[in-house]
Every structure is written in C-alpha cells, then in structure tokens.
Design a protein around this ligand. Structure first.
Ligand code: FE2
Length: 254
C-alpha cells in the first residue's frame, strides 16, 4: 500500500503541476480523493463513465487520466453527473488528472513519445499554449510522405487521415497531440512547417492544407494521447512498486 498523497506529490513534482497554466477546467492534479490508500493504479485518456467503471471493476483505487472530470465546467451534481461521482466515491476511487503537462513534458509527454516512436529527431518547440510547449518540431532528415506515412500507419493501427498537399520531401515536421484547430494551422504556416502530425482536425483543414501546400496526418485525438498516460503509469510503477495498468479502449479512432 502507498499513501495517495505520496503519489500525488511525486506526480505533481515530476510534471511541474504547481507552475503549470492550463485551460480553466483542466484542474491538473488530484481531482477526487479517496481514503488515502492506494493498492492498484489504472490509467486512461479520459475520466468518463467507461473508464471509471472499468477501473472500479479492476479494483483500482487510483485512476490517472489526461482529460479530467471537470471539462464541462460547473454542473449540478444530479442525474448522470451524480451517478459518476457516487460510483467513484463508493468504490474509494481517487482520480488524478494531467492535461497540458502531459502533452508538453519534454521526456514523458505525448508529443516527445510520438517523435521517438516515429524515429524523428527533435529540433525545437512551437505552439506555446499557456506558457507550455505543446508542439514539437522535428527535422525532415530525408523523410518523404511515403516513409513517414508508413510508420504512422504502423504506430496508429486504428487508422489515420492524410491530407497530402505539401512537398513529398519533408523538411520540417510538427507534432501536436490531441486537437488541431485553426490556431495550430496558422502556427504551422508561421513556423514554416510543411508536415503536421496531430490527433483530430476540422473539415476546414482540407482547404487550408491545399491553399498553403501542407501535409497533415490526423491520427486520432484518443490515439495520440495514450502515450503520456502510459509513461506516467510506468513512472508510478517504478517509483512505488505498485501494479499499474493502462485501460485501452481499442478501436477508438476519434
Ligand atoms: Fe486532448
């Protein structure tokens, strides 16, 4: 058994939670306490009914997530919202969340993990949100849309969308996990990035990519944000010798 407060202190320190700015509903850190004891840890991308139920069924007393409980803002604690909290509290399940610190961490974050697994060499950062480097720049180093596309296909078996309107020979690659909105596309042009690897894109990205001669690989919001959670679980497992397991909702391609 490990005290919940020890794990929280370790994660807060490792991911620099105290100084991390974020979206107002992100609430990085411990979001729901339990009785203070942890025997089994699970991780998931989202603190949603499916992951909370699975964590409870697997007898976890701590669930670590990327998207926490409060994204929809202040809500009356009634109906399905009440049921979700009641289930977690009756099962003594604590919930800990890391949003931007898990995108941007230079060693354990989603983006650096994607770069590493795709064999890309990091050369810098872009896309600074809330004082955090939410995008990683990589050198093209001889990559083509075909060579990179094949490795993306292997890394994201649930599939990806490729908008290939940029150069075949890649010179500057950007990686941003999760959601790639218009801000990100504007930043891509500003930073002379010819190829973007991200999670989800809007329909408007199609015309934008054609207009500005860009390559965009959209690999799924969920799929691009599993990596940091898996890393977090490895860290907790090594630090505290606790059983840790990632709850993978295979087949989610959103
Ligand atoms: Fe996300």
């Amino acid at each position: 058994m490990v005290r919940l407060e020890e794990i929280v202190a370790f994660l807060n320190s490792t991911f620099n939670v105290e100084d991390a700015e974020d979206f107002s509903n992100a609430f990085n850190g411990l979001q729901l306490a339990n009785d203070g004891c942890v025997h089994r840890v699970m991780g998931a991308v989202d603190a949603n009914p499916a992951s909370i139920e699975l964590a409870i069924n697997n007898k976890a007393d701590l669930l670590c997530v990327h998207h926490g409980l409060y994204w929809n803002g202040v809500q009356p604690m009634v109906g399905s919202v009440y049921d979700l909290f009641r289930k977690a509290m009756e099962a003594n399940l604590a919930i800990y969340s890391l949003h931007l610190p898990l995108d941007s961490h230079p060693k354990w974050g989603h983006n650096t993990s994607i770069a590493h697994r795709l064999g890309l060499k990091e050369s810098g950062y872009f896309c600074n949100y809330f004082q955090q480097n939410c995008g990683i720049l990589c050198e093209g180093s001889g990559e083509t849309t075909e060579t990179l596309g094949q490795r993306i296909k292997d890394l994201f078996p649930c599939g990806h969308q490729a908008l290939l309107y940029g150069p075949r020979q890649l010179s500057k690659i950007g990686i941003v996990s999760g959601s790639g909105g218009q801000d990100l596309l504007d930043e891509m042009v500003k930073c002379h990035i010819d190829t973007l690897i991200t999670g989800e894109i809007r329909y408007s990205a199609l015309s934008f990519a054609q207009l500005h001669h860009l390559n965009i690989f959209a690999c799924g919001h969920y799929a691009t944000e599993c990596f940091g959670v898996r890393n977090l679980l490895t860290l907790v497992s090594e630090q505290f010798s606790l059983p840790c397991e990632f709850l993978d909702f295979e087949g989610v391609s959103l």
